[in-house]
Write a protein that binds this ligand. Structure first.
Ligand code: IFM
Length: 440
């Protein structure tokens, strides 16, 4: 890599990120069924109908995996806890085995000097709560607060940081409007309710953890940098709507206690009653803001119902996800977030990385494109820092190849290759390059 640890301010954290359903092996340890199990069991939703039942078997191999985190010289590890592993029915009876597991996992990180950075929800809604409407049901916020209290009473004393919900846009829009993730709904009213309830649940969890005396609590959003497909005024309208739905809605709710009018123009009539009264909860103060960034989008208007936005293919090199590689977008998002929403609040890049068709040959995996991707985005991190943005850390998605949701196991995002037959782990060339860069 062209960057070295010494190029970054003292105390800048380098980490890597994973999530429970994508790596643990959900069939183990008494976990309850989740909406992702149901979604994957429905033909046509997930490539080859793959699911997270075994995944990377991190449930039993976490010590080996944390040796890899430590071996790369990383400071922090961002992971998620599975709601259904702790509460198989989403509420009520606790699965002690699940709580014990997260307790052991936390201590295994600390024993290696790695900072545990937890997320409470990374998408696997317990099926029993999905039966009750999941994110459509306002009660989800209270159920989420109860789960938060149970799990954080057990491990909260040892967390470096906690964020309630990973990527609210994916939870709400991708899963209830676009239908591409569980529960696979394509319904604007469901999406509007999820857009609001996901933020309400975030706020209730923050309040709950404050009640337990916890600190260093944040929010993790995913962003894309929208670009007009051409110079037309229509393309700019498309950009503004997309930007509103994808990027501004969540930042504005949490940091300004209102929603952008350009999105309310289409969603207000579908929002739950009295939504305006929830902003003191949604806007509960946080200690940092996490930015997940991968790509840009090129947009124009079409004649479909609101928001009438269509994506157009762009010219830049793409990752295996078909996502254009556009590092400047990371800078744009970071600097705009600090300028317009978060001010002096610490920012973290909580996810960044790429999928490639990595192959294990003669015991090695050569992935120069990943190293170049990381270097390109770290350039933009340094650019923002040079301008005074309080950016405090950078987490790579992901530690190892894993279950890429509806796209199954073939989109390899890891620094570490996983053979999904033998489950053998092999650090890729990018892992070794990173370890070299972080030395000293
Ligand atoms: O794998 C996902 C992760 O679960 C959330 N952020 C984006 C990653 C890559 O698609």
């Amino acid at each position: 890599m062209k960057h070295r640890r010494s190029d970054f301010p003292e105390g800048f954290l380098f980490g890597t990120a994973t999530s429970s359903y994508q790596i643990e092996g959900h069939a183990q340890g008494g976990a309850g069924r989740t909406m992702w199990d149901d979604f994957a069991d429905t033909p046509g939703n997930v490539v080859r109908a793959e699911n997270g039942a075994r995944a990377c078997d991190h449930y039993t191999r976490y010590e080996e995996d944390f040796d890899l985190v430590a071996g790369a010289g990383l400071d922090a590890y961002r992971f998620s806890l599975s709601w259904a592993r702790v509460l198989p029915e989403g509420r009520g009876a606790v699965n002690q085995e699940g709580l014990d597991y997260y307790d052991r996992l936390t201590d295994a990180l600390l024993a290696r000097g790695i900072k545990p950075c937890a997320t409470l929800y990374h998408w696997e809604m317990p099926s029993a709560l999905q039966d009750l409407g999941g994110w459509r049901n306002r009660d989800i916020a209270g159920w989420f607060a109860e789960y938060t209290e149970i799990v954080m009473k057990r491990v909260g004393d040892r967390m470096f940081s906690v964020a309630p919900i990973n990527e609210p846009w994916c939870v709400a829009w991708l899963s209830h409007y676009m239908g591409l993730h569980a529960p696979g709904q394509r319904d604007i009213r469901a999406a509007a309710r999820a857009m609001h309830h996901v933020l309400l649940a975030h706020g209730r969890a923050i309040e709950t953890m404050r009640g337990l005396g916890m600190q260093n609590l944040g929010a993790v959003f995913n962003f894309e940098w929208p670009l007009p497909a051409d110079d037309s005024p229509e393309a700019q309208v498309a950009v503004d709507r997309y930007d509103g739905i994808y990027n501004h809605w969540f930042l504005s709710g949490v940091f300004r206690k209102h929603y952008p009018q350009i999105v309310l123009d289409g969603l207000e009539r579908h929002l739950p009653a009295n939504w305006q009264d929830d902003f003191d909860v949604i806007g509960a103060p946080v200690d940092w803001c996490g930015i997940n960034y991968y790509t840009c989008k090129r947009l124009t208007l079409d004649d479909s119902p609101w928001p009438s936005v269509a994506e157009v293919e762009g010219p830049l090199p793409k990752t295996l996800m078909d996502w254009e590689i556009y590092p400047e977008g990371l800078y744009n998002i970071i600097s705009r977030t600090a300028r317009d929403y978060t001010g002096d609040l610490p920012l973290y890049v909580t996810e960044n990385g790429m999928a490639s068709a990595d192959v294990l040959e003669d015991g090695a995996v050569l992935d120069p494109a990943r190293t170049a991707y990381l270097d390109g985005h770290l350039d933009q991190v340094r650019r923002a820092q040079a301008e005074g943005v309080p950016l405090k850390g950078y987490f790579i998605w992901s530690l190892m190849d894993n279950f890429e949701w509806a796209l199954g196991y073939e989109k390899r995002f890891g620094l570490v290759h996983v053979d999904f037959d033998t489950l053998e782990r092999t650090p890729k060339a990018s892992y070794h390059a990173l370890a070299e860069a972080l030395k000293g």
